[in-house]
Design a binder for this molecule. Structure first.
Ligand SMILES: [Zn+2]
Length: 496
């Protein structure tokens, strides 16, 4: 395998290129060294706007290049986190619930991920999240399963993938055998803040909570936060001279938004923004690090305001110190609804509101109580949620660093993923593609009687994730599984 792709990417592709054919000068490039992808699970535009309204200037405002990201999956306009993360991780759409796999006919295929591409390029890799590390978003970068609920299998695959840094919650999904496997694979396994501070291994598995890491609002001193994990992850990963790929997920913006808990939603989004600030400073100092920030989908149909004028009660939002699920747990433990809500929010509930909360609790014993508290408190501070589910609204896309200008505009997740892959493999230069010959050999996509980086580029940017030309697809399908994905791109690079 060639590690450095010295490229002459002046390829003419008459079939696709309409204007500006192949006039750029020849450029030699190696790919972008480091890539940090930050995902706010459930983070739409209103999440960002309200976080700014409440907390002031955001680091997210400092990005020079921004865009819109469409999120729909093969299941329809409203994706789940599994299909959304698969699209971001692989450049391929899939059905809701699937983790970097897709069904084609009655067969299920694995889709190669950006993390696997980074490993192929000799980079270190890391996944960091506030959810269980086996939850959909991190899973899609480091595992392949048909169903996101197969978390014990995901845990095993994350280890087998030899991902250098795995930080999050989810201890409960790692049984003794999987923890033993981690040790066999050379992992340093840590469970708390002290372990995180001291960690220094080439492979580190950090499981900092039994399930998800507590909400920012509900954390104690001993809990590990997203910024702590991010700092350590970068420190561990940047030791590799070939660079690294790191995915950081603020995974619980989504959970708080499902519960319509506006205060927790904004605190989680603020934590993401703090991480964004740290990463942006890091990238600014170096010049070799691409930072991409996006949401996987919007959750809750969050709207800024419920009337005209100044309606969002910022001071009230800042005064509430616990999540609604924390309050709900206290109520379930025998606390009086009115007293608990008064204690943590200062809000006096009416008898009708208490009745509604009790009724919701009966209808949905797991989430009904906290959902009802979320609905009532959100309205009282001047915001609304349309639902307790995801929406098909677009999400923000922000980019900084080498090649960041590529991300401007209106994309789907799969295009963003392909652009990241392109920058990792080929670096920054713009590429014009031309078909140059008549060869129809396997792997020789531009027909110039050679299999080289030009063909890898065509497979990546033209074919991956999209049906274009069946004859060309046939030639690009090096592993003969009927799907053009990053694996075929990598096989072409290997032959080059
Ligand atoms: Zn969700």
């Amino acid at each position: 395998m060639k590690k450095v792709f010295g490229l002459l990417l002046i390829i003419g592709l008459l079939v696709f290129a309409q204007a500006g054919i192949a006039t750029a000068p020849a450029t030699t490039s190696t790919g972008v060294k480091n890539v940090i992808l930050i995902i706010g699970d459930g983070m739409g535009f209103a999440h960002v706007q309200l976080t700014k309204l409440v907390y002031g200037h955001l680091n997210m405002e400092d990005f020079p290049y921004t865009g819109f990201e469409l999120t729909y999956s093969l299941s329809g306009e409203v994706t789940d986190s599994a299909a959304a993360a698969t699209a971001l991780a692989t450049g391929m759409k899939t059905y809701n619930g699937m983790i970097s796999t897709v069904t084609n006919g009655d067969k299920v295929y694995n889709l190669t991920t950006l993390l696997e591409l980074a490993q192929f390029l000799g980079k270190s890799t890391g996944l960091v999240t506030t959810t269980r590390i086996t939850h959909a978003t991190p899973a899609a970068f480091g595992a392949h399963v048909e169903d996101r609920d197969m978390e014990a299998e995901i845990a095993k695959q994350l280890i087998e993938h030899k991902i250098n840094v795995l930080f999050g919650g989810g201890k409960k999904k790692f049984d003794d055998a999987t923890l033993e496997l981690a040790k066999q694979y050379g992992y340093e396994v840590i469970f708390d803040k002290e372990g995180l501070e001291k960690a220094s291994g080439e492979y580190v598995l950090g499981l900092f909570a039994y399930s998800h890491i507590p909400y920012v609002l509900d954390r104690s001193e001993s809990d590990v936060g997203l910024l702590d994990m991010t700092k350590k992850a970068i420190e561990l990963l940047e030791r590799n001279p070939n660079g690294f790929f790191l995915m950081i997920e603020a995974g619980r913006i989504d959970h708080a938004s499902h519960g319509n808990d506006i205060v927790a939603t904004l605190a989680e989004t603020k934590e993401l923004d703090d991480v964004v600030g740290y990463v942006l400073e890091y990238a600014k100092k170096r010049g070799d690090t691409l930072v991409v920030v996006t949401g996987d989908h919007e959750t809750g149909g969050l709207a800024v305001g419920i009337n005209y004028g100044s309606v969002v009660d910022v001071n009230k939002i800042l005064s509430i110190k616990k999540s609604t699920s924390f309050m709900a747990a206290e109520i379930k433990n025998g606390g009086d609804i009115k007293e608990v809500v008064k204690k943590y929010t200062g809000i006096e509930l009416s008898d009708e509101e208490v009745e509604y909360i009790k009724q919701m609790d009966q209808e949905n014993p797991i989430f009904g109580l906290s959902n009802a508290l979320g609905e009532i408190i959100s309205k009282k501070v001047g915001v609304t949620f349309a639902s307790h589910k995801h929406t098909g609204e677009p999400v923000p896309l922000l980019a900084y660093g080498p090649g960041a200008d590529n991300f401007v505009g209106f994309h789907h997740h799969i295009q963003t993923s392909k652009l990241i892959a392109k920058l990792m493999i080929f670096g920054v230069p713009r590429v014009n593609i031309l078909f140059e010959g008549t060869s129809s050999a396997k792997g020789d996509l531009n027909g110039d009687y050679r299999v080289d980086e030009k063909d890898a580029y065509i497979a990546l940017m033209v074919l991956l994730g999209e049906k274009v030309d069946s004859e060309l697809e046939e030639r690009a399908d090096l592993d003969n599984n009927g799907i053009i994905d990053l694996h075929d791109v990598m096989l072409i690079l290997q032959e080059a």
